[in-house]
Design a protein. Structure first.
Length: 198
């Protein structure tokens, strides 16, 4: 059957498309939704204040690039590396900040971009840290939010899509650092997930 699990064991590589069970959201649908989200953001940040966009890496890089190309307002871009999945398919419950310093946000409005809102721990932890750094306002925008109870009380201000409680890859999202460059959001075949992550 192949897939990532057996490929890792045998030291082989195979086309990523072979590992996909189903495509949940194709590229055209994603880009159309980003058009509408960008319009909402432009309307609500019409005050003229320069916006600081903070994108969480590595998952939000593709989402960030496509969304920000649609915004016409002045903005600066910062990136922050955090980790909570640690290679598996479920949040570990621990959010690690991997950068030595945080973006300069004191007195500034922040738009926080993340790929997926799952347990809520990452979004809450990063928002809290940026507020501690003196941000005047923080709003969040996520590509995906899972339809499941949050482990902490947090919701996104802007959300592109709601999905079921399933593990997805593509359009920046990964499994063991693979599949990020797929242009759509998809579900992996079960045999592509290592037994300890199922």
């Amino acid at each position: 059957k192949g897939g990532l699990a057996s490929s890792i064991a045998m030291g082989e590589t195979a086309p990523m498309e072979n590992d996909i069970e189903k495509i949940l959201i194709d590229q055209e649908v994603i880009l159309r939704r980003l058009d509408r989200i960008a319009e909402r953001i432009e309307e609500e940040y019409a005050s003229g204040d320069e916006l600081v966009v903070v994108a969480l890496l590595n998952g939000a890089f593709m989402f960030m690039a496509d969304l920000l190309r649609r915004l016409k307002s002045p903005l600066s871009i910062e990136c922050l590396r955090v980790s909570s999945y640690h290679g598996g398919t479920e949040s570990s419950g621990t959010v690690n900040f991997m950068d030595k310093s945080l973006p300069e946000v004191a007195g500034r409005k922040v738009l926080l971009l993340d790929d997926i809102l799952d347990s809520g721990r990452t979004l809450k932890a990063v928002s809290d840290r940026l507020m501690e750094e003196g941000a005047s306002e923080i709003r969040s925008c996520v590509l995906l939010e899972k339809d499941r109870p949050r482990e902490v009380a947090v919701e996104a201000d802007y959300s592109c899509f709601t999905i079921g409680d399933e593990f997805v890859v593509g359009y920046g999202l990964d499994y063991m650092e693979r599949y990020r460059n797929l242009p759509y959001v998809a579900v992996l075949k079960e045999e592509c997930i290592l037994p300890e992550h199922r």
